[in-house]
Design a protein around this ligand. Sequence first.
Ligand SMILES: Cc1ncc(COP(=O)(O)O)c(C=O)c1O
Length: 387
Amino acid sequence: VGSVTGLVDVMGCEWMQYEYGSALMVPDLPGSFNMWRYEMLLPVGDGPVRYPLPVGGTPLLSAPALRRTLGTPRLWIKDETRSPSASNKDRATALVIEDGLQRGVSTITTASTGNAAVSTAFGAAAAGIRAVIFVSSDCQPEKLALMTQAGAWVFQVPEGYAAAVDLSRAAARTFGWLDRNTGVNPVTIEAKKTVAFEVWEQLGRRMPDVMIAPVGDGPTLVALDKGFSELVSCGLATRQPRLIGVQAERCQPLVRAWLGEAAKPAELDPAATVADGIAVVRPAIGDAVLEVMRRGHGGMVAVSDDALLRAVTTLAGRAGVGAEPAGAAALAGLEVAIECGLVDRLETMVLLVTGREVKAGGAPTDPRRVNMAETLDAVERVLADDS
Ligand SMILES: Cc1ncc(COP(=O)(O)O)c(C=O)c1O
């Protein structure tokens, strides 16, 4: 089992280091294609994994009809919508909760634009711990319903997502809760890097030329870079793929920073885009995203809401993959990247499809579990009833 040998700072984002060499020894057993097969490069303890939901091992689809439509014969879709709560957030949730279970923690908290919250609520429910979630007040009602059905306590923060992150982190510090806030907890990067290991294995132990992913707070993209770079450190590959990050035109702080232009307020409105999952004005590890971009030879592109909605339809109609707009951003981004010469149609390319629209069945949202909060006192008052 992997042992962490140190931490390296990548522009404010902590990267765990391991003994590389031939560290990535993976079992060749039926049924072992899941996130835990990479335990040599994960911060997990000895002994059996306690986290009870399946995680990782998502399909890499060859999408023949989509290949024909786009004229991209070596396109692949890494379909993270097949995760237990339908988004790539389940990897980070699993590893953070596993770490918490080892340490006997009984409450987990996170702020979220929606998917990390749903994932945390379900993961906590399965693991038998309490989830306390902070979201902005415009979080989708469907996602709120899913969180409360899974038994989470949800706080809506009127000043938006950035304030929700601050409150969740303050609560973690003050009450000793497990902090799953994306990017802040380095374990979230460790979990998400396993996507890179899986893609490499699924391509027959080969690197793609380019991988395209949506960018909100940044961990998904930064973790891909870390995973691919660890394969090189292990001597299993000689080069990393280029990475292309995709943001929504109406909320594109990192595209602007990458292009070196001043951000315009109209383009930083999280409520203005259909891609709520990636509508982040102050990305948690934005500097690390830009550093990863500078080191590689990829790029950042912005896509319109129309293009995102078209990508949802195309993924459904040409690949049989259901995605929400943020989850389909890689396809919209590919079209822009081809147009502006960042990607050649004949390259081996992987689109990371990160999330699917989910519908809450059952009873409507329990109003006692959803409250407004601006302060820790307000949070404490509500939770005092949780006996
Ligand atoms: C569907 C979806 N895709 C992509 C992302 C972006 O991930 P990150 O915050 O790691 O950049 C999110 C984040 O919430 C998301 O919900």
